[in-house]
Structures are given as structure tokens and as C-alpha cells.
Ligand binder design. Structure first.
Ligand code: ARG
Length: 577
């Protein structure tokens, strides 16, 4: 639709010039002003004439009227003036001679913008804290982050996806203490991350201790944990060996979830990677005179910017999450020369990133405004919030497993002979969770209701994947492509093409707002239009050869655009369901 908008805009500019020689209107600006009427029966595009009223010294209604009289040709079927708006209908001929062949030619590349050519984007997402549960609170960062990566790649950016593992910090001290008190090697090798989480939860819940069994009370445990972490930071081999093992065990587990989602990272440089890169940044902070001592700790005072101080070093000199984030930002700029560096985390970290970006600015790094924080709202399941420390959480892998199990039983009933059912059930089960999540604005708090997500009838993942399978099945039955002439004969066909040709605009909007939900909703629009077309128009049984040919080609176009859009939001393509 971008091309269509521009060509309509050029015509409008030409006509406005005729009305007033002095009017200086640019096609690109007019294209921006073109709107989609709320009801397509009014037209496909609308141009509000109110702003022109002053320059042309005429009423908007009069302007719309004189433009409507003369606007024609190219992609325009007709133009009508209604209440100061110029309503424009796009011609079927244009859709059929231009839009459809373009989609068929470019296939899944149709709609790809060139916005990012020659530019690099770094994306920091998923980034779970090792040995803490990978729970549904991480769903957001994982799937929003990966969708943003796919969107940027589609627009031509070079993308570096970084899983910034939380693999350093006092929690490892805790884990080491807990392991030595209650853990054993075999159990952990077997039980994996679940056992580690159990240990972590256990030490956090220990309050009184039990001197007879050699278990110290809470405060002592906390001190012991800090000591063990301090030993790690100063190179204690025993502790570092344990730490490495914990990280490996956790990663193995995460990989399974990433595989289900079709996610791969370009880098796993987590917090520990920056341990030796922090001193240089601490030096830089000192040189700039930014570090202040506050009760023994080192902080950057941000009161001038209405923010609490940024704590960089604890009073015992140990580093923090904040310190590592400074080192990581600088390292990434030096290593990848990014044009944009994106961080996707829950909205609980909004302040952290505001502070971080300000500190980077104060340090004199002139690329501070290339840093972007993309926050998202909280997730609850059936109304329950999630807390890490109590162990009362829903793990992402369990949620996926449950969804897959439910889909399997639905499919056993609906399509008992389906081959390759396990893979399909996985794609649909995981897809249901992902789609349910991504069809909401990211900043909204979400309450997860699995039954809703899994329904084949609502605006859900299974429904859109089923629609994709439906298109594939039509094409399979159609067999080898026959020759014919493209011609549009019904409203359902043109409605569908008018939606498909909005793809590039949707991609650009999703990138501009860091909002994958734009694509999820676009997928729903396509699915609705395709299903209407499928039910109301005969495709394979159309009598006229050219009509049949055109409808098969439209179905093929739907398959390309849907398939491409699925890829942008971590949804797997299901040829069969
Ligand atoms: N590991 C952190 C957490 O789970 C998220 C890290 C986000 N990225 C960053 N560079 N701080 O809360």
C-alpha cells in the first residue's frame, strides 16, 4: 500500500498545484496524511482536506469536491468527496496487474523494507538468570526480543542477538552454599536445573537454621553466600568449577525451550563475560569525576535528572548488575559498531535503563541515544502473579508441555491419521502460547488463560496456523500451476489483496514502535479475509478457467505473506494440521 499511497499522493499534489500555483505540497507528506477509512465501503484510502483549507482559501468540502472531480487513472478506481474527506477506491485492475504479480514474484520477501540496509542492531533479550527458574515472566523478553530481531532482519539490518545470561552475582554464592549443605552431584546431573532451583529456593526459605544439622540461620547463610561469591570473584578454583557446571546445566535446559521456539542466539556473552571489562569503565567514571562515595559505596549521583543514585560498587568493592551493564554497553559499541542497541526486559527495569543510559551519556559516549529499552508488562496465569523466590512459579517449559499435550489430544480427535503429529502438535502448542502473548500490546499486563489460547475458534495461534494449513491444502490439491489470465471477479478477492499489500507498512510500524503485536493483528486480518474468500468463493471448483487460476494464485500469495509474517513472530508454519 505504500506504493499506492505514494502514487495517489503524487496525483493529489499535481491537482492541488492546479488549484493554487503557490501551494508547496510534497507527495511524501501527503502520503503520510492518507488514512484508512473506518469502513471499507467508504473507500480504501481517505485524504482529509482540512489542513489545505488555509493555503487554498477554500472550505475543505469544496477542496475535496474539486479533487474528486479530477482524480483518476493509475491505481484509482474512483474518488468521492464526503464531508471534507476525499475517499478513494483502488481499482481491481491495479491489484491484479501489479499487487498480485509482485507478491508471486517476491514470495516470502514481499513487503521487506530497505530501512536497515547497511545498519547494525544489537538486541539483548531472553537473558535469564542462571539457576533461577526460566518462568513465564521470561516469555515476554524471549519472544518480543526474537520478533524484534526477525523484524529488523527483514528490513535489512544486520542483527546480533545476545543472550546476556545472568551468570554472575551473589546468587551463585548462595547456590554454592546450598549445594554444599544439601546437594549432591548425581541428583543434579539427573534432575538438572530443577534441582538447582530447588536448592536456590531452599536457601532462600531457610530462616531459623538448624544448628544440630549444621545449618546456620538466615543472616549467617547470607554472609556465607557473599563470602563464596567473593571467592569466585577473586579466582577460587573450586567455586569457579562449580559455577561453570551450574551454568552448563542451565544452558542445556534453556536450549530445549529455544529450540521449540526456533530461536538461536549469535552470542551468549553473559554478565560473567564482563568481569574483566569493568575496571576500565570504573576508571573512566572516576576520571570524569562521576563517582561519589555514599556510605562506603560508589554511586553516580543522578538527582539533577530526578533519578535515584546509580549504585556502581558496593561498600566491599564488589561489582553489581549495574556495573556490568555499563561495561557491556561499551563493549558492544566497540565490537559491533551498532546503530541501535535494544534491551528487552520487563517494565520493572525501566528505571534501571533510564539510569544506565544517562550514565553512559554523562561518561561522554556520544552514542547514548542509540540505546533503546523496550519494556513489557507482567504476566499472570489465571490471575496469579509470579514470584521467583518462593518457587511458586510456572515454568515456561511446563507451560509449553501442557499446551502441547492439550493440542495432541485435540488433534487425535480431529485428525487421527495425521502423519508427523508430534512435530505439528509442538508447533501448534508452542505457537498458541506465543500468539496469545504477542497479540496484545507489549506494555499491557497479561493474564494467561490457556484454554483461550488453545481454542481453534478464537483469534488464536491454532486458528491462524490452521488457516495457513488450509491455504497449503488448497494449493496441494490444485497441483502443478496451470496457465491462465489473472482477473478479479469478486469483492472477497480484492479485499484480500488490499490487506496483503499493507504488509510493508505493518512491518515498518512494528519496527517503529517495537511492537510485534502489529504483526500478530495483521495476521488475524489476513486470516479473516482469507477465510471469507475461502467460504464465499469457489476456488478449485470455479468453472471459468481464469477465475480458478486467479483464485489459486491469490491463495498462493496468502501463503507467502502469512508464512513470512509467521516467521516474524516466532510462529512455525504448519503445512498440515
Ligand atoms: N538477567 C536479567 C533479568 O532476568 C535481564 C538482563 C537484561 N539485560 C541487561 N543488559 N540488563 O532480570
Amino acid at each position: 500500500m505504500l506504493k499506492i499511497k505514494l502514487s495517489v499522493a503524487e496525483k493529489i499534489c499535481g491537482l492541488v498545484k492546479l488549484l493554487n500555483e503557490a501551494a508547496d505540497l510534497k507527495p511524501a507528506d501527503v502520503a503520510q496524511m492518507l488514512e484508512y477509512p473506518p469502513d471499507t465501503s467508504m473507500g480504501d484510502l481517505a485524504f482529509p482536506c482540512f489542513k489545505l483549507s488555509k493555503t487554498l482559501r477554500r472550505s475543505p468540502a469544496l477542496i475535496a469536491g474539486s479533487l474528486a472531480e479530477k482524480l483518476s487513472g493509475g491505481c484509482i478506481e474512483k474518488a468521492e468527496a464526503v464531508n471534507g474527506y476525499l475517499n478513494i477506491k483502488i481499482s481491481d485492475g491495479y491489484l491484479c496487474d501489479n499487487v498480485l504479480p509482485q507478491i508471486l514474484d517476491r514470495k516470502e520477501n514481499y513487503g521487506a523494507p530497505t530501512l536497515g540496509e547497511g545498519k547494525t542492531v544489537v538486541l539483548d533479550y531472553s537473558s535469564p538468570n542462571v539457576a533461577k527458574p526460566f518462568h513465564i515472566g521470561h516469555l515476554g523478553t524471549t519472544v518480543i526480543g526474537h520478533s524484534l530481531k526477525r523484524l529488523h532482519e527483514f528490513a535489512g539490518y544486520k542483527c546480533i542477538g545476545i543472550n546476556y545470561l545472568g551468570d554472575w552475582g551473589t546468587q551463585f554464592g548462595k547456590l554454592i552454599v546450598a549445594y554444599r549443605l544439601w546437594g549432591n552431584k548425581e541428583e543434579i546431573e539427573e534432575g538438572g536445573i530443577d534441582k538447582l532451583v530447588e536448592l536456590y529456593v531452599r536457601i532462600n526459605n531457610e530462616i531459623k537454621g538448624n544448628p544440630e544439622k549444621g545449618i546456620p540461620p538466615r543472616d549467617d547463610l547470607a554472609q556465607l553466600s557473599r563470602d563464596e561469591f567473593h571467592k569466585m570473584e577473586t579466582g577460587d578454583e573450586e567455586n569457579l568449577k562449580l559455577w561453570k557446571w551450574f551454568v552448563e546445566m542451565s544452558l542445556k535446559e534453556y536450549e530445549k525451550t529455544y529450540k521449540q521456539l526456533g530461536i538461536e542466539f549469535d552470542s551468549y556473552n553473559g554478565e560473567s563475560f564482563y568481569v574483566d571489562k569493568m575496571p576500565a569503565q570504573i576508571e573512566a567514571l572516576k576520571e570524569k569525576g562521576l563517582l561519589k562515595t555514599d556510605d562506603g559505596a560508589s554511586i553516580v549521583d543522578l538527582s539533577e535528572y530526578d533519578m535515584p543514585p546509580f549504585l556502581v560498587l558496593k561498600s566491599d568493592g564488589s561489582t553489581l548488575y549495574t556495573t556490568r551493564d555499563i561495561a557491556a554497553a561499551v563493549y558492544r559499541k566497540q565490537t559491533y559498531h551498532f546503530d541501535k542497541s535494544i534491551y528487552v526486559t520487563s517494565n520493572q527495569q525501566i528505571l534501571h535503563f533510564r539510569q544506565l543510559f544517562k550514565v553512559i551519556e554523562l561518561m561522554g559516549y556520544d552514542w547514548y541515544d542509540e540505546l533503546v529499552h523496550v519494556p513489557y508488562g507482567t504476566v499472570s496465569i489465571n490471575g496469579e502473579k509470579l514470584a521467583t523466590r518462593t518457587g511458586n512459579v510456572v515454568l515456561l517449559k511446563d507451560l509449553f508441555a501442557l499446551a502441547i499435550e492439550k493440542v495432541t489430544s485435540i488433534m487425535e480427535e480431529k485428525n487421527p491419521d495425521l502423519r508427523g503429529r508430534d512435530d505439528i502438535a509442538e508447533a501448534v502448542g508452542v505457537g498458541a502460547v506465543v500468539f496469545y502473548y504477542l497479540s496484545n500490546n507489549r506494555i499491557k499486563d497479561i493474564n494467561f488463560v490457556l484454554e483461550e489460547a488453545l481454542s481453534f475458534d478464537g483469534n488464536t495461534g491454532p486458528y491462524v496456523q490452521y488457516t495457513y494449513a488450509r491455504a497449503c491444502s488448497v494449493l496441494e490439491k490444485a497441483g502443478e500451476s496451470e496457465k491462465g489470465k489473472l482477473k478479479i471477479t469478486c469483492e472477497e478477492e480484492s479485499a484480500l489483496l488490499k490487506i496483503l499489500c499493507q504488509y510493508e507498512e505493518k512491518v515498518l510500524a512494528a519496527i517503529r514502535d517495537y511492537e510485534p503485536s502489529v504483526i500478530a493483528r495483521f495476521i488475524l486480518d489476513i486470516a479473516a479475509a482469507f477465510n471469507r474468500f475461502y467460504h464465499n468463493c469457489q476456488i478449485l471448483s470455479a468453472e471459468d478457467e481464469d477465475v480458478r487460476y486467479t483464485r489459486i494464485k491469490i491463495t498462493e500469495a496468502v501463503k507467502y505473506v502469512l508464512g513470512s509474517a509467521f516467521g516474524l513472530i516466532c510462529l512455525k508454519k504448519t503445512e498440515k494440521i
